[in-house]
Design a protein around this ligand. Structure first.
Ligand code: BGC
Length: 591
């Protein structure tokens, strides 16, 4: 296998995206949080030049596509999800020309590009909202402006709460300084919700999609796909227990049936391209049945299955999550889309590093980010190694959040003064926010910024911890037992064994062990503290745990393994010699 340093752009040319129009059904998509990926111009913030320079690294992972968080001009109140112009690039991140060159290079490297569309809201600095604030009547109809309640209109028009905490309404101040109407924002006050009952909003977003599709973009992740349409009359929704609870039970602000009309329009547009473009929905909805509506025929292509990301590291909840995910998508002939972490939730190494909740209740992210118990990161990483083997063995597509291939943990001690996430303020400092999973990546070297920025640059926009020297890409390249090598092997195996297609059949396993058959191989995941015996006559061909010995017929504690009847059974899918250590089993060292 080539290390990423060995791959030059010349070698990548000609790999080109595979022709299959349904590539997205089984794709491995790597999420790039651009501001934290790699800083090319030396200002402490990740950018397009930094990303472009690391394309060979990305191609070396064995992924199919990149999902890039919003890169549009933005005041950056919410990390770019407050967009002020949907047809350009935020100057801190690059230029439109750089974006076009990047898309071309990524395609040449065999990687498709999925952007992030933010149709629920615009920045209050967007020209539409500025015009609305200045009193333009047509522009006001693009948003939700309402008079306040109470004799003097000083109470919000309804009881909706922002997902970041506090009321979902802010009262405007007129030019003469007097208070005016209220506008709706399901997130920060700087993110005004668009009024999707207005045909002009539909036209605008179809045009924005065309703008990027015409530049070769292969698809979009749809931000807050469940939020665009609100119940008629904006009725009260009743009390919410926490910021996340509107997503876990019916609420007039979320998951209204009208959203699907929008996605049918979008699907028709995407299908009019050759090759067709695709969508993946971010929809936090109360049930899997509700989620299935987003991916019904004629709607969006796929939707993140958040059940695994919400599941503790427990046999029963993990199995339920897999079962529910498969069931949901099968019912509408959509692929399952698995995900363990993203830029909104604590990294899974850390989630798995503490005692695990007894049930699969909706995780309390605030509590998870404000831990009361020390983290056992070795245990967390051990479980994370097993987790990627579980996910990569499932039918459907999977997303990898940048840095999980390095085993990065959540950074929980960012000083308050350096926090950037609006959640921190809006929650009245009761939730430290999402900065801890967005810390700039460590690439090389023994000292901060660990190769994230060129020499002489100011400190990265979020502080890195001192202890990441052993987790840099360079350090892990040199360690065959590293998380990075494990990811490459697992994704390589997945590609060769055509894991994304086909069915899964559960097998009876020992207590606490998920075991399932995937045709050419079986996946076993031991969530217990004790090693378990493998079935006689089976060979362990890939294993996440350190102590595995294929001849012992044992799967170590807190580890996953892929097993076959005989290595020859893998037919064309067996692993290259260079990946198979003496003894045959590809078992891994520690974190
Ligand atoms: C994104 C968040 C963002 C929010 C508002 C989410 O779903 O993933 O990062 O804060 O939408 O746009």
């Amino acid at each position: 296998m080539h290390s990423y340093q060995e791959l030059s752009t010349g070698q990548l040319e000609g790999r080109g995206p595979a022709a299959a129009a349904d590539w997205w059904r089984e794709a491995v998509v790597y999420q790039v949080y651009l501001r934290s990926f790699a800083d090319g111009n030396g200002d402490g913030v990740g950018d397009l030049p930094g990303l472009r320079a690391r394309l060979p690294y990305l191609a070396s992972l064995g992924i199919d596509a990149l999902w890039i968080n919003p890169w549009y001009p933005s005041p950056m109140v919410d990390g770019g999800y407050d967009v002020s112009d949907f047809r350009d690039i935020e100057p801190v991140l690059g230029t439109l020309e750089e974006a076009e060159a990047f898309i071309a290079d990524a395609h040449a490297a065999g990687l498709r590009i999925v952007l992030d569309i933010v149709p629920n809201h615009t920045s209050t600095e967007h020209p539409w909202f500025r015009a609305a604030r200045a009193g333009d009547r047509a522009a006001r109809e693009l948003f939700h402006f309402r008079p306040g309640r109470g004799p003097d209109g000083s109470e919000p028009p309804n009881d909706w709460q922002s997902a970041f905490g506090g009321p979902a309404w802010t009262r405007e101040t007129r030019e003469d300084g007097t208070p005016g109407e209220w506008y709706l924002h399901l997130y920060a006050p700087e993110q005004a919700d668009l009024n999707w009952t207005n045909p002009a909003v539909h036209e605008e977003f179809l045009d924005i999609l065309r703008f990027w599709f015409d530049r070769g973009v292969d698809g979009f992740r749809v931000d807050v796909a469940h939020g665009l349409v609100k119940a008629n009359g904006l009725p009260d929704g009743g009390p919410v227990e926490s910021a996340t609870s509107p997503h876990t039970r019916p609420h007039p602000a979320w998951d209204q049936p009208g959203v699907h009309d929008i996605y049918r329009e979008w699907r028709a547009l995407a299908d009019s391209y050759d090759p067709p473009r695709i969508f993946v929905a971010e929809a936090w909805v109360p049930t899997n049945e509700r989620l299935a509506r987003y991916v019904q025929p004629g709607g969006l292509h796929s939707a993140f299955q958040f059940d695994l990301l919400r599941s503790p590291w427990r046999y029963d909840t993990l199995r339920d999550a897999v079962e529910a995910g498969l069931h949901t998508s099968a019912a509408v002939s959509a692929p399952s889309t698995w995900v363990l972490s993203n830029h909104d939730v604590p990294r899974h190494v850390t989630r798995y590093a503490r005692s695990q909740p007894a049930t699969n209740v909706e995780p309390d992210w605030e509590r998870l980010r404000w831990p009361s118990e020390p983290a056992d990161l070795d245990l967390g990483r051990r479980r994370a190694r097993a987790a990627v083997m579980l996910v990569a063995a499932l039918p459907g597509g999977m997303y990898v959040y940048q840095g999980e291939e390095l085993g990065l943990e959540e950074i929980e001690d960012i000083p308050s003064a350096l926090r950037q996430d609006p959640t921190w303020w809006q929650m009245g400092h009761t939730d430290p926010g999402r900065d801890g999973c967005r810390v700039p990546l460590p690439w090389s070297g023994d000292r901060k910024p660990f190769g994230f920025s060129p020499a002489g640059a100011p400190a990265p926009w979020l502080p890195q911890p001192d202890g990441w020297a052993s987790l840099t890409v360079a350090a892990q390249e040199d360690d065959p037992g590293s998380m990075l090598h494990l990811y490459r092997r697992v994704l390589g195996f997945r590609r060769r064994a055509l894991v994304g297609a086909g069915d899964l059949r559960w097998l009876p396993g020992p207590d606490g062990v998920l075991a399932f058959d995937r045709g050419p191989f079986q996946c076993w995941v031991n969530t217990t503290e004790k090693p378990v015996d493998l079935p006689p006559g089976r060979h362990l061909v890939l294993c996440s745990g350190p102590e595995a010995d294929e001849t012992a017929g044992v799967l170590p504690a807190q580890a996953a393994g892929y097993i076959v009847t005989s290595p020859e059974d893998m037919g064309g899918t067996d692993l290259p010699d260079s990946e198979t250590p003496a003894g045959g089993a590809m078992c891994e060292a520690g974190a």
